[in-house]
Write a protein that binds this ligand. Sequence first.
Ligand code: HSE
Length: 407
Amino acid sequence: MVNIAVLGYGTVGSGVVEVINTNQEIVNKKAGDEINIKYVLDLRDFPGDPVEKILVHDYDVIVKDPSVDIIVEVMGGVDPAYKFVKRALLMGKSVCTSNKELVAKHGAELVAIAEENNINFLFEASVGGGIPIIRPLKTSLTADDITEITGILNGTTNYILTEMAQKGSAFEDVLKVAQEKGYAERNPEADVEGYDACRKIAILTSLVVGEHVNYEDIHTEGITKITKEDFQYAKAMNASIKLLGTSKKIGDKFYSMVAPFIIGENHPLVHVDGVFNGIFAHGNVLDDVMFYGRGAGKLPTASAVVSDVVEAASHLKENIKTIWSEEEAKLGEFSECKNKFFVRMKDKGLDDDQMMDIKKAFGNVLYVKAPTVKDELAFITDFITEGEFAQRIQSFADVYSVIRVDL
Ligand code: HSE
């Protein structure tokens, strides 16, 4: 029998208990042993819930119990999760977590502790919810030089952008409905400002590079400035707007960022809609590969966590190597990263000078029109570095929107 303890009986924690109970036979067979939930840790009580019988409020009971082999950390946040996880690993217990904040910040260190203690620190559910992406990166995409990894990594923002695209609604209105339906958090900052996607692309990039990518080094923009009018232009271009977390290798460096992008019909991620996530990678010999599925939600996320439990249970006291050193990865300078930009500004009317100024600043641009939007000039630049663009756009007043373009 393999004893596990679940830290946190919230959405994902109760999902983990449900998945193990529902698929007990399958899970045991795949693990090669019986998976037994010995404890659930939570500060709250759950009167009437069968979990009551195994509920504890004191972490010491779990960490000091030598019969507990695997700890499932699904509390979220860095504190006290980091302390609990580190202690468990040092006590020789494997840890499976869905906690992207913890993995992005301390993943390399926790991987090293697991290796030293010949156990495992697994985190499949920390990126892409139920989508298998961490294990494929570690064990399948190993023959390639991965030169790009780009994803729609946040379900909440993808739901909001999809609704804006399909219904022509404004950001604030969709956010309000999403909060009422429970898709978006009451405090939606981490999602809508791109912080959640930033941690996820940092984790993916760390695994691609094999070194610690500091998420604070990744330029991050959210979706709060995206308007109905932006979508009207996107529609006119047969394109859509998606929040992408992206890392591309140019020379020997990765350039990473999180930002909304206008992407066209041919982009592999353009039809990833609603709460779904999609992750696209390019390998020098494999070419393109895509992963698609539910990036959030109780059972999909729990499915990924339990897959880690199965992996840990079938490798008790045997470390599965994760190449992720604590050495800090040197990302390419954001200001040197090249993109095309879509720009909307006030049309000053009867004034050719404005177009001359645009040409002077950005060279030949492609003017675009949305039949429903008036009194504006909108154009797409050629590739230009972020630094140069930021400098040149400063000389223009009344700029309504700037969105990167990958058409
Ligand atoms: N808030 C996250 C999302 C949950 O919307 O994708 C999954 O990490």
